[in-house]
Design a protein around this ligand. Structure first.
Ligand SMILES: C[S@@+](CC[C@H](N)C(=O)[O-])C[C@H]1O[C@@H](n2cnc3c(N)ncnc32)[C@H](O)[C@@H]1O
Length: 232
């Protein structure tokens, strides 16, 4: 998500006046570091959720002890226990079950507080817009797990490749498209069923970025302006 930082994420944080941020999936901590600097400058708080971050969490805690709350667990275990957040970045497990339920938990929080946060979701385009991937398949109920293999992908081809290809090291669903498959499908299913009035904006570059916000003509225009100015 780092590629979106300067031209999209930071302008959106400023637009939202974000104070309590949730980051799902922090991996090497690049985006986390930027978010913590933002929190330092604005008196904000960051709740980062990742069962397996690959950076020195203690060092980050030392640098940003007032702003940084790191939770080493799955998003679906932790999100129900967080409240009152106003900005969420979703970039954790890239599959229908996880993303759909992350959005449902955020919706439940918003029903209680009356405020839906700005929600940014990475990987709304190929390869994971219409195909599940499982970082932690054991955390997904079998009924919602599409058969998967550690094999690579090629754009425009549903079957996985026998050798090579994109992300061959990850657990990729063996076919693309169809029901309950992929990040964008999860977002569409959520938007179709929610009773909240929400807007969905999209950037199509860099594997895609989706943005869900409360529907409002004035803020929709502001977001469109930020996205088109980004030229991404
Ligand atoms: C694509 S990386 C995140 C990249 C990061 N957002 C960035 O912009 O640099 C995905 C991360 O999500 C974490 N992850 C996978 N499943 C998760 C889950 N259910 N809840 C939270 N984090 C998860 C993985 O451990 C991994 O570190």
């Amino acid at each position: 998500m780092l590629v979106f930082w300067e031209k999209v994420i930071l302008p959106l944080l400023n637009w939202a006046g974000a104070k309590k941020i949730v980051e799902i999936g922090s991996e090497f901590g690049g985006n986390t570091y930027k978010l913590l600097n933002y929190c330092g400058a604005t008196n904000g708080q960051l709740f980062a959720i990742d069962p397996a971050p690959q950076y020195d969490v203690h060092e980050y805690k030392r640098m940003f002890h007032k702003q940084f709350h790191m939770i080493l667990d799955y998003s679906l275990e932790i999100l129900p226990h967080l409240n009152g957040y106003d900005f969420v970045l979703i970039d954790g497990d890239h599959n229908w079950y996880t993303v759909f339920n992350e959005l449902k938990i955020i919706e439940t929080m918003a029903m209680k507080t009356g405020k839906f946060p700005a929600v940014l979701l990475h990987d709304t385009e190929w390869p994971y817009g219409r195909r599940d991937m499982y970082y932690f398949p054991e955390s997904i109920p079998p009924a919602f797990t599409i058969p998967y293999a550690q094999k690579g992908m090629e754009h425009g081809r549903s079957e996985l490749l026998e050798s090579g290809g994109v992300n061959w090291i990850l657990n990729n669903a063996i076919y693309e498209n169809g029901e309950r498959n992929g990040v964008l499908t999860a977002i569409e299913d959520f938007l179709q069923h929610t009773r909240l009035h929400l807007s969905f904006h999209q950037l199509h570059s860099h594997n895609g970025l989706g943005i869900i916000t409360t529907k409002n003509r004035y803020s929709d225009e502001q977001i469109k302006t930020i996205l088109s100015a980004s030229q991404l």
